[in-house]
Design a protein around this ligand. Structure first.
Ligand code: SF4
Length: 749
């Protein structure tokens, strides 16, 4: 028997989206039976961690839906035909728009790890129905960082861990949470090289900390004091890179007074770390050729998260770590994820929360619904996301969704959010359609991977691109004449196609929002390798060729003008089945991407001075007898996954996701290793399995993410962390939740 062919695709379990190759098999030929790293993928180069080996649990989930569902009056669902589903959903959304305004329908989601094209295609639906407000998982974590990076650099930045002398992970355990290509290889390379230094700042002795040269076990939730002390040392010991600061930054004199008198020793004590160790680390940073730093959920879902994002960048930029090999950079991107272009002062309609990068804070969503405010949300359009399970304060989120007049959920499976919907529209999986991720942050060579489908969707299912095109047609906003003109122009040649596209744009500026579905309808079936959903990428390539022509030419795409260059790039993406390097940069390029008013890094962020100065009087620890522990709600472990894996078989070991607790704490409470305990927070309580772990600090406990899902044919193992978190526990600035700082009490069960 001949072996099945290996087909290239990508792992969809974290933002790295490593290239993988898959063999299909099983009884029906629809199972992902063998999976290996794809050596031809330009970033992962054959690397894959242990997680993708069981991606078949996603593809063949028991929660999979194959027919649209409509809720009956008695609360149960009935299956309906697609024509009925699209007609009724469109009519009901349009009725809410006409009666209350489209801005009363909020949009949540648009794609998860590796599933970003739905967000692009939903633009037409959102625009046509006037949906003004949206959010997604980025607002759970990253918006504070986006806002800070926008102020300082005019957009987001990453760091070059491949070449850095000192690599710092702040609230991050890349051994399990990855985020950089070939994470474990890179970590080992830094750790093994005596001239390089791996630094971990984390309350827990993580698996990355095991490799590290320096591990600062900061007290949970006290990173702001530690980072402020580090910047204080740089300022007070004059470790500033004056040549860099003078050449490239503004605002130094405004910032210095906040750090000149800062009591470094007292701040280190509050942070729970030895002052000598902090001074030694800062001294190592100051003499290093280059520093790379990655902040992640340990600080971004914690107290002072926006302040910490600023402080870590001050540390980097005062020591000259931007725009040179091994340091921070701004890469050429196909989509500007991480760039905050939202006008300052844009706020949510009811609570007035700050909107960053176009995203409202997830934690305010219930308050934007559960109100008698005339501008409250009345309906939700949820796509490829599961907010009822994934966002803070599950009980309140459910109450809010119950209160909505209309909810439509677009998803592969019957999720916790889908169960609350009026209509559920089932989609093709990520392996049954063309897909891509917009998380392209590498430097100097950056890559993009437009993936072909591995198999056809089941009868009657299709992709989000098709759904949004059908909604546009139902609304009567995607004229046949427009699609026909584009289609004929494509057949005539690229020059004619570009001219036709530009003509439609100049005739109707609103066409820009309709462009993805118009492109999909016009050329989707003309694209090779089953890449119909890649049609919208054509427009992204045209924009990229305007913005970063030199970077694209260095990646070996040629064209005399942006139009032909963009088309050369698009053709290259279509043909590279394992992904393609689309941009190659020189380090000097970074300075062209500092989009601040004077083109220099802005050190000063006055909005954060109050919070910074307030650290002096703020107690680092809460003396709370009722809730003496800090719960880290939603830790990423070896076999945690986001909620797209809806199968209890995913967890071979530790099926219930044990609470990790320091042995001394457990002994004091009389809780055995492998025993049970009750965890109580201000929001709720749950019974949990317990595992003793000396990786935890005393007083700090953790629960994994991705558990507590409702399965159709099995009990829900584990605890959903958001049954224990509260919506009001959030960053005062960006509104990001404090999942890593949930006051808790532990009792023997
Ligand atoms: S690092 Fe692991 S989980 Fe992340 S994309 Fe790669 S293989 Fe998947």
């Amino acid at each position: 028997m001949t072996a099945a062919a290996w087909k290239s695709t990508a792992c969809i379990l974290c933002e790295c989206n490593c290239g993988i190759e898959v063999q299909l098999g099983g009884d029906d030929g629809r199972h992902l039976t063998k999976i290996r790293g794809d050596k031809a993928h330009p970033a992962s180069q054959g690397y894959a961690c242990e997680k993708p080996s069981r991606l078949d649990l996603y593809q063949n989930s028991a929660s999979r839906l194959t027919k649209p569902l409509r809720r009956r009056d008695d609360g149960s669902f009935e299956e309906i035909e697609w024509d009925t589903a699209i007609r009724e959903v469109t009519q009901k959304l349009a009725a809410i728009r006409d009666e209350h305004g489209g801005d009363k329908i909020f949009y949540y989601g648009g794609g998860g790890q590796g599933n970003h094209l739905p967000g692009a295609y939903s633009r037409s639906t959102r625009h046509q129905l006037g949906m003004k407000y949206s959010s997604n998982a980025l607002a759970q974590e990253k918006t504070g960082e986006f806002w800070v990076a926008g102020k300082m650099l005019g957009g987001g930045n990453r760091s070059d861990f491949e070449h850095c002398e000192v690599g710092i992970f702040l609230g991050k355990n890349p051994w399990f949470s990855h985020s950089i290509p070939r994470a474990r290889v890179t970590l080992r390379e830094i750790a093994r090289d005596p001239d390089r230094c791996l630094v971990v700042i984390d309350p827990r002795r993580s698996e990355t900390a095991d490799l590290a040269d320096i591990h600062l076990a900061v007290r949970p939730g006290c990173d702001a004091w530690l980072l402020a002390a580090m910047v204080g040392i740089v300022v007070q010991d004059d470790l500033v890179d004056h040549a860099f600061v003078e050449a490239h930054t503004s605002g130094l004199e405004e910032v210095l007074p906040h750090f000149r008198e800062l009591p470094v020793g007292a701040y280190c004590e509050k942070a729970g770390v030895e002052e000598d160790a902090v001074r030694a680390l800062v001294e190592r940073i100051a003499r290093a050729e280059s520093i790379a730093l990655f902040e992640d959920l340990g600080v971004q879902m914690n107290r002072h998260s926006t302040l910490v994002s600023w402080l870590q960048r001050l540390l980097m930029f005062l020591t000259g770590n931007f725009g040179r090999k091994g340091s921070a950079y701004r890469s050429a991107q196909l989509v500007g994820i991480g760039d905050d272009n939202t006008p300052e002062g844009t706020r949510t309609p009811v609570t007035g929360a700050r909107i960053i990068s176009g995203l409202m804070p997830c934690n305010v969503i219930p308050d934007e619904i559960l109100s008698d405010h005339p501008n409250r949300f009345r309906a939700a359009f949820v796509e490829a996301a599961n907010p009822v399970h994934s966002l803070a304060d599950g009980p309140r989120m459910r109450e809010a969704f119950e209160a909505l007049e209309f909810v439509v959920v677009v998803d592969v499976a019957l999720t916790e959010t889908a169960r609350m919907a009026d209509y559920v529209l089932p989609m093709a999986t990520q392996f049954e359609k063309a897909e891509a991720t917009f998380f392209n942050f590498e430097y100097p060579a950056n890559y993009f991977h437009l993936r072909s489908p591995l198999l056809e969707p089941p009868d009657g299912l299709f992709s989000e691109a098709e759904l949004h095109a059908r909604i546009a047609e139902e609304l009567g906003v995607l004229p046949d004449s427009s699609v026909k003109a584009l289609r004929e122009a494509w057949d005539e040649g690229r020059e004619a196609f570009r001219a036709c596209f530009m003509e439609q744009l100049s005739n109707d500026p609103g066409f820009f929002s309709m462009a993805p579905v118009a492109l999909y309808r016009a050329i989707g079936d003309r694209l090779p390798h089953g890449l119909a959903e890649g049609a919208a990428v054509w427009a992204l390539c045209q924009i990229a060729a305007q913005k970063s022509p030199d970077s694209i030419r260095r990646a070996d795409f040629q064209g005399d003008d942006p139009g032909t260059l963009g088309d050369a790039l698009f053709d290259g993406i279509l043909e590279a089945r394992s992904g393609v390097i689309f941009a190659v940069d020189e380090w000097e390029e970074n300075w062209k991407r500092v989009f601040t008013a004077d083109g220099r890094i802005q050190l000063a962020i006055p909005e954060l001075y109050g919070e910074l100065d307030g650290l002096a009087d703020e107690p680092a620890t809460r003396s709370d007898e009722e809730f003496p522990f800090v719960l880290s709600a939603g830790e990423r472990r070896s076999f945690t996954a986001n909620t797209i894996i809806r199968n209890p078989a995913w967890r071979r070991k530790d099926p219930n996701g044990a609470l990790y607790i320091h042995p001394d704490d457990a002994q004091r409470l009389g809780i055995a290793d492998g025993g049970r305990a009750r965890i109580v927070t201000r929001r709720g309580s749950a019974e949990v399995d317990v595992a003793h772990s000396d990786r935890m600090q005393s007083g700090h406990v953790s629960l994994p993410n991705g558990l507590g899902l409702d399965y159709p044919d099995a009990d829900a193992p584990g605890v959903s962390p958001n049954e224990l978190t509260r919506s009001e526990d959030r960053d005062g600035f960006a509104g990001t939740p404090w999942h890593k700082y949930t006051p808790a009490r532990i009792e023997a069960a």
